[in-house]
Design a protein around this ligand. Structure first.
Ligand SMILES: NC(=O)c1ccc[n+]([C@@H]2O[C@H](COP(=O)([O-])OP(=O)(O)OC[C@H]3O[C@@H](n4cnc5c(N)ncnc54)[C@H](OP(=O)(O)O)[C@@H]3O)[C@@H](O)[C@H]2O)c1
Length: 236
């Protein structure tokens, strides 16, 4: 984004690393702390160094996570948290995660379980077992089954990939049921508290990072091309 040229030429919205320098008034972090963060539309996370304020969404990384695992959590994790809360997720709810195998979807399945919901995930054939392994009690394979024909009713439907409209699934909502989507309902607001919750859940084994492929920084164009296929977890 930018009028004559990109305002920020370094992309990247999520990161993990070590604190190597610190401002005089910083209280929450010290040199050597291992942190993870999400820098949202400020970008800059693909560089080797980044300057953050302690007011930003930055927190100590989960103790049991490598830097790679920690960096794979904030984008999907905080987005899923924001939209599940927007849908007033509560214990005992019957929840459908539309697109259960992407960055937002995999986090949404795990977080909905943490909130005590009964979870149905929707994904393609290749990812059915994977969605179950994340905790989904039921999985709809959209390549074999038309989910709009189910007799199930959901208290909350989260469209985690921006591919299904409220109109398409209105009849699947229970009375007072809610539909939320990652596309067209604003940008997820994120705080350091959200990262601390995700850290706790990872340390408690209730949340895992999902890493599909790894690329060196020199291969970043290839990495972006892969992400832009819209299918980070490949179909066979
Ligand atoms: N509003 C916000 O603040 C916010 C924040 C973050 C992300 N987002 C949006 O969230 C969306 C998802 O982001 P992401 O990073 O999670 O994406 P992603 O990881 O690239 O999602 C890829 C997954 O989407 C699934 N998929 C693709 N087409 C599908 C379809 N027609 N129906 C169902 N599932 C389908 C694929 O799984 P299968 O092969 O199993 O179908 C694939 O695993 C993006 O549109 C992004 O812009 C919004």
């Amino acid at each position: 984004m930018g009028f004559r040229k990109p305002r920020n030429s370094v992309l990247g919205v999520e990161l993990a690393g070590e604190v190597t320098a610190i401002g005089k008034e910083v209280k929450q972090f010290k040199l050597g702390d291992q942190v993870y963060a999400i820098n949202g539309l400020s970008f800059g996370a693909h560089a080797q160094y980044i300057c953050l304020s302690e007011e930003d969404p930055v927190a100590l990384k989960p103790l049991n996570a490598t830097y790679e695992e920690a960096a794979a959590i904030p984008f999907g994790g905080t987005t899923a948290l924001y939209f599940l809360r927007k849908g007033n997720i509560k214990r005992g709810m019957n929840v459908l995660i539309y697109g259960a195998s992407g960055a937002v979807g995999t986090a949404a399945v795990q977080l909905a379980k943490y909130f005590g919901a009964e979870v149905t995930g929707l994904c393609s054939t290749t990812n059915v077992e994977f969605a179950k392994s994340l905790g989904a009690e039921h999985v709809i394979d959209y390549m074999k089954e038309d989910f709009t024909k189910t007799s199930q009713r959901y208290d909350l439907i989260l469209d985690a990939v921006g591919k299904v409209s409220k109109g398409q699934c209105r009849h699947l909502l229970a009375p007072n049921g809610t539909y939320v989507t990652v596309e067209g309902q604003g940008i997820a607001r994120v705080t350091a508290k959200d990262l601390l919750l995700l850290k706790e859940l990872m340390e408690a084994g209730e949340m895992q990072a999902v890493i599909d492929r790894r690329y060196a920084l020199e291969q970043i164009q290839e990495a972006y091309r892969y992400v832009e296929t819209g299918r980070k977890r490949e179909m066979s």
